[in-house]
Design a protein around this ligand. Sequence first.
Ligand SMILES: Nc1ncnc2c1ncn2[C@@H]1O[C@H](COP(=O)(O)OP(=O)(O)OP(=O)(O)O)[C@@H](O)[C@H]1O
Ligand SMILES: [Mg+2]
Length: 252
Amino acid sequence: MCKTIAIANQKGGICKTTSTFNISVALATMGKQVLMIDFDPQASLTISAGLEPLNLEHTVCDILKKSSESVTNCIYKFNNISNLSIIPSIIDLAALEMGMQTRTAREKILARALDSIKHSYDYIFIDCPPQLSILTVNALAACDYVVIPCKTDYLSYRGLEQLENTISDLKRLVNENVEILGVVATLYEKNVKDHNNILNLLHKKYSVIGVIKKTVEAVKGIYEGIPVVLRNPKADISVEYVKIANEILIRG
Ligand SMILES: Nc1ncnc2c1ncn2[C@@H]1O[C@H](COP(=O)(O)OP(=O)(O)OP(=O)(O)O)[C@@H](O)[C@H]1O
Ligand SMILES: [Mg+2]
């Protein structure tokens, strides 16, 4: 049965998109059918995947509009990666988001759209924007699990409370099934004392399913649309992303 997983954190620049891409590719490489949804108007996942948002006929906007397009028309298969597809994003999503605020049952717009395609996938990953906006709320309402990337610094750690509160509200009011699958500690620098302290705190309070070090390996090759797990499978960070994918297989 399909599992839908939101990769969420209202903090910006803490590896949501990088984690979405690498974990998705790792699971697709294991033979799972995986769909990624770029749910951020910045379209970073779309661009990381080698797509040019302005050249696309359909994007995630089309499945959110009132007169919605068939979802299958908005799905693009990767030519170079088997078992992997993406629903891309575009900056227009920012304007569409404003219109979503006044819609009836606005939290469930994405959840309803995904119902028709879930049977085709083992995993659907939703790359959330860096706000607790109506888009993130829609992702949390549509998912079974949340994976939370968290940078190993104090303010990022403290920010998790806010996200947990939002998830609790969603669980109570909109999606009783949603669970936090785990936290991925990100941008970790082992020589920084604070990072080690925060990593210990994360381990104490949450289920940490992986620790992603800060490394230039993560950034190389992005303009070629190839994530590090494919470009350099032996790199520490790739090994860690595959470990996280395995953890998701076990738990999700
Ligand atoms: N392990 C890493 N080490 C160093 N830099 C990284 C690592 N992983 C990702 N990056 C870089 O950090 C930046 C932020 O990563 P990413 O886009 O994945 O974060 P994000 O949480 O999705 O950001 P946003 O909130 O803007 O959507 C990018 O430039 C990315 O290439
Ligand atoms: Mg992002």
